[in-house]
Design a protein around this ligand. Structure first.
Ligand code: CUA
Length: 337
């Protein structure tokens, strides 16, 4: 009995959370039709495999012990008179099944490629080695645009258009419970879209091998009520809160001299770096380093001190800060709410 438990878990992953990357359950469009196609093709191909296996076993049983054997003891294969009609049936049946599968696949792909109406929100997502740059474009007035990274918020039940691009090599954007995969290709803009059907946090992942830290290139989609989403958008639009005090003020100086060349904090003088993620509202994100570490002061300190040990090969340099400088910088980053 115990050996069947893993199989049961595989077939019933509805208890989400523990299975954040499963594509066997969907909570959005166009992931719904893609999931049905996946299950349908799995059932069809399983049926074909079982049917053929059964036919082979029946054939073996039927002919058991009736044929001649050569001197080495191997059965001598002789073709009876009734083989061809079976072939005449089998080939057309295979053609019909394959053709139906192909037509179903084309329909689902065509469906997934086009939104039902004009999407209300447009996001520009750029894959980098190894993180996701996210620019919120259209939603009401064009002036309400801003940039963030690695964590995408969307309102439930609203179609969102994704313009997918790459800054370096080919990546692939995939949030399995919400939508299919779309590659991000240098010099090209691919358009995809998604619509979350249920509030929740959905994990996504780069699914095109893009170098050393390909596996550490996650993205989170937070689907929330339109009201909460509006509040989030309004907050993200704002510049970082005014000049901090005490330790954090000293940390702001450390940030300006050591970090600002690569990172942007909107509203902070001299901080317009575009090499790394926008950190204006860093503390509103649940993870750092594209889903590699939870966003808390311990992991933040480890990341700043020696990013190469958590994510070897990443562009984030080792800054060799002194202990007090690190404490000041952490205090400053905690103010980026
Ligand atoms: Cu980006 Cu794999």
């Amino acid at each position: 009995m115990r050996r069947w438990i893993p199989l049961a878990l595989l077939l019933a992953p509805g208890a989400a959370g523990a299975w954040p990357m499963t594509y066997l359950v969907s909570h959005g469009w166009p992931a719904g039709p893609i999931k049905q196609l996946g299950w349908g093709l799995l059932a069809l191909s399983s049926f074909v495999v079982l049917f053929i296996a059964l036919a082979v076993l029946i054939g073996i049983w039927w002919k058991r012990g009736r044929g001649a054997y050569d001197e080495k003891g191997w059965p001598v294969v002789t073709r009876g008179p009734n083989g061809m009609p079976w072939l005449m049936i089998g080939v057309p049946v295979s053609i019909v099944l394959l053709l139906l599968s192909a037509i179903w696949t084309f329909f689902v792909l065509a469906h997934a490629a086009a939104p039902p109406g004009h999407p209300k929100i447009t996001l520009e997502i750029t894959g980098h080695q190894w993180w996701w740059e996210v620019r919120y474009l259209e939603y009401g007035e064009p002036a309400r645009t801003f940039q963030t990274a690695n964590e995408i918020h969307v309102p439930v039940g609203v179609p969102v258009r994704l313009k997918l691009m790459s800054a370096d090599v080919i990546h692939s954007f995939w949030v399995p419970q919400l939508a299919g995969k779309t590659d991000t290709i240098p010099g090209q803009t691919n358009v995809a879209w998604l619509e979350a059907g249920k509030a929740g946090v959905y994990r996504g992942q780069c699914t095109e091998f893009c170098g050393l830290q390909h596996a550490h290139m996650a993205v989170y989609v937070v689907a929330q009520s339109p009201k909460d989403f509006d509040a989030w958008w309004t907050h993200q639009l704002q510049d970082a809160a005014g000049p901090p005090a005490g330790l954090a003020l000293q940390g702001q100086g450390v940030f300006q001299s050591r970090c600002a060349i690569c990172h942007t904090v909107r509203g902070l003088a001299g901080s317009q770096g575009a090499m790394g993620p926008d950190l204006t509202h860093l503390m509103t994100r649940s993870t750092i380093a594209a889903g590699t570490l939870p966003n808390n002061s311990g992991h933040l300190a480890a990341w700043i001190s020696h990013a190469q040990s958590s994510k070897p090969g990443v562009d984030m340099p080792t800054e060799n800060l002194t202990g007090p400088q690190l404490q000041q910088l952490l205090a400053y980053l905690q103010t980026l709410k």
